[in-house]
Design a protein around this ligand. Sequence first.
Ligand SMILES: [Zn+2]
Length: 372
Amino acid sequence: MERHFGACRFVYNHFLEVRTKYYAESKAQGKAQGLNYFKTCKMLTELKKEYPWLYEISNPSLQQSLRKLDNAFTAFFRKNNDYPNFRSRKDNQYFIVPSGFRVDGNKLIIPKFMEGMEYRDKKAIPGKIKQIVVSRDVSRYYASIQYETEEELPKGNAVIGIDMGIRAFLTASDGLQVEPLNALRKAEKKLKREQGRLSRRKKGSENRKKQIVKVQKIHQRIRDARTDFNHKVSTAIAKHYGTVVIEDLNVSGMVKNHHLSKSINDQGWHQFKTMLGYKLGWRKADLITIGRFDPSSKMCSKCGNIKHDLKLSDRIYHCDACGFKMDRDLNAAKNIRNMGLIKVGKGIPEFTPVESATAAELSKGGLRVATL
Ligand SMILES: [Zn+2]
């Protein structure tokens, strides 16, 4: 696997250089032509003669590196992305297996790996496998199996707005509240301690190398816990709601705020939003994103009055105009839902009752939830 990672990275980097040079030279001659995927595939055959160890690597996997590189160039030329970067040894390592694979019990059989590789998840794959991506994160290996299925996933009916927060991970406009993950706090304390130890180890020493692995493993545990948490919450929400409105969080702007940064990183909002988006998409349910607007917390969700003197410490929203009282985050979530519906021209619907099935599913999964 390590050789496959290394070879795919090598091919990617080699052809990034080749394509960069080719483009510069043709531009200098006034042609401004680039290389495409097929041309680099042909050049790969020649490159193998120069570096025979590449013959040990599955050719379709090497070609996928060229495909990835070609996609990176396309994104760059369409101005969707920056110029492609070299892949580093330090990045997460992966290679793509686009064909020639087979699943036998809990063994993955892929080209060039004669005996196959055992994997832990024993769930049967419910569709036709399209491709497999093998990756490594610190010291663990993963296989992502992409498959196609005819299975139709049901879509929920209810419409909710979601307020993402620090005190509560999220508050939904129907009263569902999900608390943040405490395990992350604990792991972060440990991380700090071990990082302190690392800084005291002598450079180049064996002990320092060991300590680096230790720190990487804590990072990995934090990532795993966060990903698991985000999967549970996004799955439950995507299952039960037909339309979800969420604020377009300006995370990069907020992370600069010293106080908030830790919690925001903790909770991986960005990851959560990405997951929620694609999971709703599977069910043909809608994710509506609204711009970040101040009144979501300052506005009264009942009468529309704006409370200018609302402080961050006020946990209860108390409207001076109509006397309405409500949990601050719940009030914000209701405003977010209403703004989202206005944005798509649906107007404001009747109040939807708590989707209690979501809360039940999440607490069964070990998460702390409340109903406001
Ligand atoms: Zn009011």
